[in-house]
Ligand binder design. Sequence first.
Ligand code: DGL
Length: 271
Amino acid sequence: MDTRPIGVFDSGMGGLTAVRQMLQLLPGEDIVYFGDTGRVPYGGRSVETIVRYARQDVAFLRGFDLKAIVIACGTVSTTALHLLNSENAIPILGVVQPAANAAAKATRTGNIGVIGTKATIRSGAYETSIRTLLPTARLTAKACPLLVPLVEDGRVRRGDPVTERVVAEYLAPVKAAGVDTLVLGCTHYPLLRDVISDYMGVGVTLIDTGEQAALAAAELLGGQNKLNDPGRTGERRYYASDSAEDFAATASLYLGSDISGMVERVAIENY
Ligand code: DGL
């Protein structure tokens, strides 16, 4: 057993889709979450900037004595995972491989869609991982840059005309390609699941990257006998680089439990 906490980070709220799942799967684990809400979105930035931000996020989390870090961010996973792993002596997991495994398993026709930020789609990382598992896969990838700001603003509900319009515009070519599986390659997107699912139709399986990252963390740490007793109640701490109150208000909605008073602000540029 390893009682140290698990660190989780994202550019903002998206990584909470991994935390939400970890709270169910790993109730005994202590979790330290960092959301870089002062600098979100990452996905339209250069590789150099994303790497610099990711290094600072990891440096902040390494201030805690952690047993592992989950990069609950598609953009950082596709852009900086290998670098961060080479620079740190603790396990660091990304979302790409777990999501690619799930997509390869879920598809019946081999016709798979991938949506993500500009940086993620530019990297081609999901496509490469899926093709390694399923060489005959037909892939349709689409960058959806406006979805992260909509989620950060809480505009995730069915019936929101702006969100529905933006989702329809981005997903039209993916739907036209006839995919049977869609990788939500950014951890913010599962928060738009209802709107995306309504547009794509019930026959399309949505792969939730946050959920898959949480499952991969549980499998890795379980396999190494590093999980806490699931009978204990884990401690959770949340940090954000912009207003703690704003983070707490939106995060409470997404987590389904009130975390006000549990969030601290971090000056991430000092790391
Ligand atoms: N949740 C991040 C991701 O998975 C959002 C990136 C961004 O800030 O643009 O890609």
